[in-house]
Design a protein around this ligand. Sequence first.
Ligand code: ZN
Length: 364
Amino acid sequence: MFETTIAGSLPKPFWLAEPNKLWPTWQASGEDLARAKRDATLLWLKEQEDAGIDIVSDGEMSRQHFVHGFLEAVEGIDFEHKVKMGIRDNRYEAMVPVVVGPIKLKGRVHQIEARVARAHTGRKLKITMPGPMTIVDTIADRFYSDKVKLALAFADLLNQEARALEKDGVDTIQFDEPAFNVYMDDVVKWGVTALERAARGLKCTTAVHICYGYGIKANIDWKESLGEEWRQYEKIFPALAKSKIKQVSLECIHSHVPPQLMALLKGKDVLVGVIDVASDKVETPAEVAATIRRALKYVPKNRLFPCTNCGMAPMQREIAIAKLKALGAGAALARKKYGKATTSKKRKPGKPRTSRRAGRSRPR
Ligand code: ZN
């Protein structure tokens, strides 16, 4: 009960990339960079395990940005001549690459980090990828000239990589769709269809993360313009509830989302944001448990997964670690207070799995 997880990203150590930035510059290149990415992945696996996170992530140490990390592995995209574009309905401007030809994967995208993480943790492992709608909102297009067509083309590439990640032993594949909170009508028209296409045929757990963005100024200003109650989820959750996606990750703590909207996700696992990533103030375990309790009114115990509101990439490392600990401790407290303690045995870190995956070869 109350298995903990995180939205995905964690701060990059200073020796890997410039800290506290959304589009940081790598501090090394070639083999040195590959080694630094691997080291940082291991470091964050350990920190997550020590903090009591049950479903761990690679922390997105191997990608510069949550969208462009995927796009760099796609043929038909010009990264040399990026253009300035307003993204998320012009909330902020970004330098984005351009689609200039038919898209296809150059090869594997997240294989190295997935296999490194798989080999070094016995916990459930989550790998995140941008969702199709968020990708088309973070790239310029001079070839397809049709948003939906382009999104479906990206969905096929995401699906190709997702199936391979599943073979690598990944337990949860999450698609990040912050654009779902911006283009709600399009979500219902084609966004969920594209998302399901990205996830089709997967037997592992599938998730979608929908947030109000990282704690950067443009997002904070935007949130202030949304009024007393943020009801974006109300428009999209019914469509997601009908979809084949198993889990939905949403913002809760310190957001103006009416908690009763979580009830619209009947039948889904709900990854409830109990850690605020837009504030450096570290939650106490009691605060985390109180947020879990609020969510329990609308989400059944066995479907509630305490999580972070969003990724922690731009945060300071020490604060992110403290927040991970608060998440783990808060969930433990909630288990004690609001439900019987779970009796399932947790695997020790580093101990090879002997359960349902036994016999499946996993590169180490
Ligand atoms: Zn997010």
